[in-house]
Design a binder for this molecule. Structure first.
Ligand SMILES: NC(=O)c1ccc[n+]([C@@H]2O[C@H](COP(=O)([O-])OP(=O)(O)OC[C@H]3O[C@@H](n4cnc5c(N)ncnc54)[C@H](O)[C@@H]3O)[C@@H](O)[C@H]2O)c1
Length: 320
């Protein structure tokens, strides 16, 4: 038999085999994000079945190994662990309503996960992801850059989709970001938003200003309430967060140093510390290298402070 040289093994651990965890695993095998994918869930029967179903498709993807089960030891040696376990939003329920239940779950999980993968980079997807990031960091003692949440990566994608359609350009030519809480107090930064190099308010089609203040307000509302709309219709959001989560995993695994609006614990920028919220951040092999101090106008700075205030109050209420 020939000497076989293999690529270095990259391992993605996923906690939770529900709608989000399995969509993330599905996106990860299709995008070939990791050589090995292990899914863990307290519902062992479901996790095993999901793992098998995904593994059965891997003839048609990258050469991935996928397993699922109820033994947390399967996550040992993961380079990245994405946490999707917990209760999910019910119709009409806000992300912050979920906080109490999911804080307890993540605190318990992190203690166990640190025994299996103390060197992993952790990405929290379970909601409210900003609040859970702080709870998880405190219980694990991980440095702030190695535990963060998917934040507003998904919300930013929702925003760019709507703006790109309206501007009639490719989504990747839209430069606009949602920052703050992944939740009701999040907001787009219009002061630096652009289509290609053109400031968003200057974008015209046949001499008509496309992005009027009225339009910008309406699109903000649509993005902030997008999850509620999807949950009303199908009970969960899963495909887009699966892709957004894998995009973050790729940035870490491939040492990309990509700028993504993830949510990490603030270290004093804008006078905010101790709460996790989203800002465009450099994401690479060690997690978050830097949360970028983006220029904000006075209104945006106030909104960011308000978002931090909302999160600070929730953390205090929960005793985190
Ligand atoms: N951050 C985002 O942008 C974003 C987007 C969509 C969903 N979410 C959140 O992701 C979470 C998961 O949503 P879902 O639709 O997959 O829910 P789901 O109910 O389909 O799946 C959750 C899974 O977690 C498992 N679980 C619960 N407690 C566990 C524990 N202690 N250990 C291991 N597994 C455990 C359950 O058995 C279940 O399989 C929710 O909190 C949801 O709000 C976040």
């Amino acid at each position: 038999m020939a000497n076989i040289t293999t690529r270095p093994v990259t391992k993605l651990g996923i906690v939770g085999a529900g709608s989000v965890g399995t969509s993330l695993a599905y996106a990860a095998i299709i995008r070939d994000a990791a050589r090995e994918i292990a899914i863990y869930d307290i519902d062992a029967v479901r996790a095993e079945a999901e793992g098998l179903d995904l593994a059965h498709g891997t003839q048609f993807t990258g050469a991935n190994t996928v397993t699922g089960g109820g033994n947390i030891e399967a996550l040992a040696g993961s380079d990245v662990i994405v946490i999707t376990a917990g209760a999910r939003q019910q119709p009409g329920q806000s992300r912050l309503d979920l906080a109490g239940v999911n804080v307890g779950i993540i605190q318990n999980l992190m203690t166990q996960l640190m025994e299996q993968a103390p060197d992993a980079v952790y990405v929290v997807v379970t909601n409210p992801c900003d609040v859970l990031t702080v709870a998880a960091q405190k219980v694990s003692g991980l440095p702030w850059n190695r535990i963060f949440s998917s934040g507003t990566v998904l919300d930013t994608s929702r925003l760019r989709l709507l703006l790109a359609r309206e501007a009639h350009v490719l989504m990747t030519s839209v430069h606009a970001t949602i920052i703050g809480e992944h939740g009701d107090s999040e907001f787009p930064v219009w002061s630096s938003a652009s289509i290609g190099p053109v400031p968003i308010r200057d974008w015209t089609i046949s001499g008509r200003q496309v992005f009027t203040q009225e339009y910008l307000d309406a699109v903000t509302h649509d993005v902030v309430t997008a999850a509620y709309k999807v949950i009303e219709g199908k009970g969960a959001t899963n495909y887009a967060i699966g892709l957004a989560g894998v995009r973050i995993v790729e940035a870490i695994m491939q040492a990309e140093n990509a700028v993504l609006p993830v949510s990490a614990i603030m270290q004093g920028a804008y006078g905010i510390e101790g709460v996790a919220l989203s800002l465009p951040s450099i994401v690479g092999i060690n997690g978050v290298y830097e949360m970028l101090a983006m220029p904000l106008d006075d209104t945006e700075t106030r909104k960011l402070q308000d978002s931090a205030g909302t999160l600070r109050n929730t953390l205090a209420e929960l005793g985190v």
